[in-house]
Design a protein around this ligand. Structure first.
Ligand SMILES: NC(=O)c1ccc[n+]([C@@H]2O[C@H](COP(=O)([O-])OP(=O)(O)OC[C@H]3O[C@@H](n4cnc5c(N)ncnc54)[C@H](OP(=O)(O)O)[C@@H]3O)[C@@H](O)[C@H]2O)c1
Length: 290
């Protein structure tokens, strides 16, 4: 039997409906949830990511602004701009779009943003929630892990008691995701480029999640057909001009039970989680200001 496709579309539609209602409730109180993306320079890839964020913001009724700064902006000026946003009561969520130009890249970027406006969820205070064992998805958690857990919930795949191999240990995906899944009572194996005999680990897994950024890396040799694992593909790679995940989907579809598509899987879940964080942040700021 061929794998079930865990598409993000129905999950995003369901979450979006709830966010529209919450956004309307905030507007009735005179608060318009507002996100500001800070872009330094003119990277075409960044522009495309920003367009997605803007579109999704507008679809739920939130306000979007772009603060476009010159590539050669001085550090002191950049810091002043971020501080202005931190203090602006009309802005509830701030994102510094990566990459930034080279004079800024050694700044502690996630910690420059006020933790209550940190809708990417990368500020030390927000990641601390994961270290503390929280499973509260209304907190400002990193968006890709939050999106993956929401997707698993929608498809009634409970991480509790499952053996999950997370391949990749970046600060934005692998590490926070492993922690969140462990908080949700999964047994998590965190693999990376120095892991020996990765197939022997993935073959034991109920769920395999890849965030390595290698097109079609995982083929049948990584799966035990008897286990019928669930596969979550975070990878976004360009192969011959086509968007491709880390999983060779054609090759593995007969040996796994379910898999997320690329595109149309984890990507849209990440964007909707960002908007969810914006609404959560606005609700919290609005409550605290009363
Ligand atoms: N869908 C989304 O919303 C979304 C969001 C974020 C990222 N992504 C995509 O997800 C992928 C990963 O992103 P990232 O930012 O986490 O990447 P990253 O910072 O480059 O980290 C990649 C991780 O993969 C590990 N790795 C690389 N090659 C490996 C191999 N052959 N075997 C096992 N592990 C290997 C690395 O191990 P070491 O630590 O040992 O180097 C590292 O931990 C990229 O394709 C990115 O575009 C997608």
């Amino acid at each position: 039997m061929t794998a079930k496709i865990l598409s993000a579309a129905p999950v995003v539609a369901q979450i979006k409906k709830g966010l529209i209602t919450r956004c309307e409730a905030l507007k009735k109180q005179g608060v318009v949830p507002s996100m500001c993306v800070v872009l330094v320079g003119n990277s075409p890839a960044s522009m495309s990511y920003i367009r997605n964020k803007k579109r999704m913001c507008e679809e739920v009724g939130a306000h979007f602004t772009l603060l476009h700064l010159p590539e050669d902006i001085e550090t002191s000026e950049f810091l002043r701009e971020i501080e202005k946003l931190n203090k602006d009561p009309a802005i509830h969520g701030i994102i510094i779009q990566l990459p930034v130009s080279k004079q800024l890249k050694d700044l502690p970027l996630p910690n420059l943003i006020s933790p209550v406006k940190d809708i990417d969820g990368f500020h030390g205070i927000n990641t601390q929630n994961l270290y503390s064992g929280s499973t509260d998805l209304s907190l400002l958690l990193p968006c890709t892990p939050k999106g993956i857990v929401n997707l698993l919930r929608f498809y009634q795949i409970d991480p509790k008691g499952k053996t999950i191999v997370v391949v990749g240990r970046s600060l934005i995906v692998g590490k926070p995701l492993s922690m969140l899944l462990s908080n949700l009572d999964a047994t998590v194996i965190q693999a990376h480029s120095q892991t020996h005999d990765l197939p022997s680990l993935t073959k034991q897994a109920d769920i395999v999640i890849s965030a390595i950024g290698r097109a079609n890396f995982f083929d049948q040799s990584y799966f035990d057909p008897k286990r019928k694992s669930v596969v979550i593909d975070v990878g976004i790679n360009s192969l011959n001009g086509k968007l491709t995940g880390d999983m060779d989907q054609e090759n593995i579809k007969e040996v796994v039970s379910a898999m997320t598509p690329v595109p149309g899987g984890v990507g849209p879940m990440t964007v909707i989680s960002l908007i969810e964080n914006l609404i959560c942040a606005t609700e919290k700021q609005s409550k605290d200001s009363k």
